[in-house]
Design a protein around this ligand. Sequence first.
Ligand code: GTQ
Ligand code: FE2
Length: 377
Amino acid sequence: MTGEGRKDDPLTGPVTITASDSPDQPTPSPELRDLYRGFEKELLVPLWTEIGDLMPLSPRPSARPHVWRWSSMLPLAERAGELVPVGRGGERRAMALANPGLGGAPYATPTLWAAIQYLRPGENAPEHRHTQNAFRFVVEGEGVWTVVDGDPVAMRRGDFLLTPGWHFHGHHNTSAEPMAWLDGLDIPFAHYTGATFFEFGPDEVSDHSTPSRSRSERLWAHPGLRPVSRAERLPSSPIAAYRWEHTDAALNDQLALEDEGFPGVVEPGHAAVRFTNPSTGGDVMPTIRAEFHRLRPGTLTAARQEVGSAVWQVFSGSGTVRVDDREWRISHGDLFVVPSWAAVTIAADAGLDLFRFSDSPIFERLHFDRTLMEGQR
Ligand code: GTQ
Ligand code: FE2
């Protein structure tokens, strides 16, 4: 809505409903002005003044393409480690990406939260559980165990770890080094839709043991195998940790097969895997899709548009990313946001590994999903 700005009294103040840029607006008249004043008094908004914003020909999201530099975020996280305790109340020393198009809210996109979390040696982030689905991705370091419903899960470089909604979780750093990692959650989606519940758990994580594999992995993380005793379709993946060695090997094999003349890659020089829920074959959690992409040296991906938003993090290598009319050089740890329907292309220098997460499962479930690949217009 454009116009004069709302004054306190809807009866005597200026009419703020204006014809804006939509065609076929009625001719201004004192009667029309009274009609619009009546709408305002009754908290009604006529569609004919709003249609351009509400029903554009293609998505016009408020979120903007943006990049956050790991080299800028990490020193701030370290400083927060010195100045800000972690414990009950704040719960986590997590610093969220605030998309410049979302009015200062701590949201990377309208649906997704992305944050750098920081835990110093010996520190303990208390247990809690919430409706929101969460994951961790480890771009560097190790030494923290996240305890998910009593199951201690080691966090190491390259690992992708799950904390699906309503599972208790706390983190503790048993090593001599601080550790920083990426958190991804559906906090904005849950917040807007009024779907959030939260419960405190013990102040100390329930189990301080440090096994290299979690119980969940021992039960569920064997390729192509599921325990026969567990036949149900679970809403979220029961695998608490997807280990880097498996992700790396899968990507290496895709590229090796391409060399041998077999199909399997997304496009020439572009291998990718999606993390899945072994009980369904679908996405790891109801609201979040997660993938890992590997580009050979010199690969340029075809432009791709998709309904729904995504956040990418560079794991290793360097390159250039273009999102609509924005372009950035990217390297280790850098995060960038691709808003809904923005066209993204990525070019690798001497190879590029990227982690990506998105809200696609929401849109697919609602049949709002749509994609467009360059050359298929
Ligand atoms: O680690 O439990 O970045 O609850 C935001 C909310 C991390 C967590 C975040 C959380 C957590
Ligand atoms: Fe949490």
